[in-house]
Ligand binder design. Structure first.
Ligand SMILES: Cc1cc2nc3c(=O)[nH]c(=O)nc-3n(C[C@H](O)[C@H](O)[C@H](O)COP(=O)(O)O)c2cc1C
Length: 381
């Protein structure tokens, strides 16, 4: 096997090992994918200041996110169908995150259920909530996250209706895959993945099947999800959810300063500058380009994090320099998971950690808390 030194190396291995339908589900954006590409490309335009003859011993990346200690300010983003990138994917990713000392977020649309992840891991995780029309289901979901000991609720605001990803439609995305001839041929080329799946019972949406009324099997499930995302979601719902949850609340999917102002007024603990990894509004600005204006608008009233396009530790440092208290990574850990399971997620986090450490040192800093706009070249490089 080729040496795995970068997130790109993990992506290429995942592409070989994960069935096309699920690899494409991860590695795609909405419509023309222009925002998906901009998320990564805009990091490249930000240049770092090289500093010399500065003591670089005793470095630390340790920080906090909403008061929780983290080994580095990088959390695993909520991603749907993670248990289809690799058997038992959510549990494996949560274990790898715990080993690396960073937070794991479980998606509403996960394969392993909240209870299952809680039973099989030793550290509290965050739970991401989508607001569905069936409010009784949402109430139960919030209560289940509380009962499972989740230490924060992450409410996603940028998916009131689903953006269109052409590849998912062309591939006929479904979990488990439909046994069409094309799928069977593709699965035959992915023996490791198939073996893993044969060895687990976790092959559907664990938080939903058996918990939402009228959803008992796969066919009723796809009809349910297609019509359940709630287009009426409003800031009143945010208040209602905040009150019902009663713990730390993170708002995900803010890309505009006016929305950031409303988020700051909502009393939530953190917001995430995000365009859903370019999977929703194609043509929207990249997250890193939106970050500085939102940091300015919020003015320290809540923590500001970002996600989208981070593919290296250098990208994390650039985001921190532009005012993010922390970042989330989606695809980088999914590629690791698809490539090598738990070990691959650990490797993805380790690659990012090493890159952060070396970059910080070469910029003349020893403590992530001291990283600010000073490490960046001002103006157009
Ligand atoms: C395959 C996939 C599934 C996702 N599912 C969810 C989800 O269920 N809930 C959510 O809030 N965000 C979801 N996201 C968005 C991520 O949380 C995050 O915003 C995005 O992946 C960040 O961009 P990056 O992948 O470039 O790091 C998903 C992203 C991907 C790639």
């Amino acid at each position: 096997m080729a040496q795995l030194l970068t997130i790109e190396d993990l992506r290429l291995l995942a592409k070989r090992r994960v069935p096309r339908m699920f690899y494409d589900y991860a590695d795609s954006g909405a419509w023309t994918e222009s925002t998906y590409r901009a998320n990564e490309a805009d990091f490249a335009g930000i240049k770092l200041r090289q500093r010399v003859a500065v003591d670089m011993t005793n470095r630390t990346l340790a920080s906090t996110m909403i008061g929780e200690p983290v080994a580095m300010p990088v959390a695993l983003a909520p991603t749907g169908l993670t248990g289809m990138q690799h058997a038992d994917g959510e549990i494996l990713a949560a274990k790898a995150a715990s080993r690396a000392g960073v937070p794991f977020t479980l998606s509403t649309m996960s394969v392993c259920s909240i209870e299952d992840v809680a039973e099989n891991t030793d550290k509290p995780f965050w739970f991401q909530l989508y607001v569905m029309r069936d409010r009784a289901f949402i109430e139960r979901l919030i209560d289940r996250a509380k009962a499972a000991g989740c230490s924060a609720l992450m409410l996603t605001l940028d998916l009131q209706i689903l953006g269109q990803r052409h590849k998912d439609i062309r591939n006929g995305l479904s979990a488990p895959p439909k046994p069409t001839l094309a799928n069977l041929i593709n699965l035959a080329l992915k023996p490791r993945w198939c073996l893993g799946m044969l060895g687990t019972k976790r092959r559907s949406f664990g938080n939903i099947v058996g918990h939402a009324s009228g959803v008992g099997d796969m066919s009723s499930l796809s009809a349910w999800t297609a019509e359940q995302f709630d287009p009426t979601l409003s800031w009143d719902d945010v208040k209602w959810i905040k009150d019902r949850w009663g713990g730390k609340l993170i708002l995900k999917g803010i890309l505009d300063a006016e929305d950031a102002e409303l988020a700051a007024q909502s009393g939530a603990d953190a917001l995430i500058v995000s365009n859903h990894g370019g999977r929703q509004l194609d043509g929207a600005v990249s997250s890193i380009a939106a970050l500085p204006g939102i940091v300015e608008q919020v003015g320290g009233r809540m923590e500001v994090w970002m996600d989208g396009g981070i593919r290296s530790g250098q990208d994390v440092l650039k985001a921190v320099a532009l005012g993010a208290r922390g970042v989330l990574i989606g695809r980088p850990f999914l590629y690791g998971l698809g490539a090598l399971g738990e070990e691959g997620v650990r490797l993805a986090l380790d690659i990012i950690r090493k890159e952060m450490d070396i970059t910080m040192a070469l910029c003349g800093k020893r403590d992530i808390q001291d990283v600010d706009g000073n490490i960046l070249v001002k103006g157009k490089a």
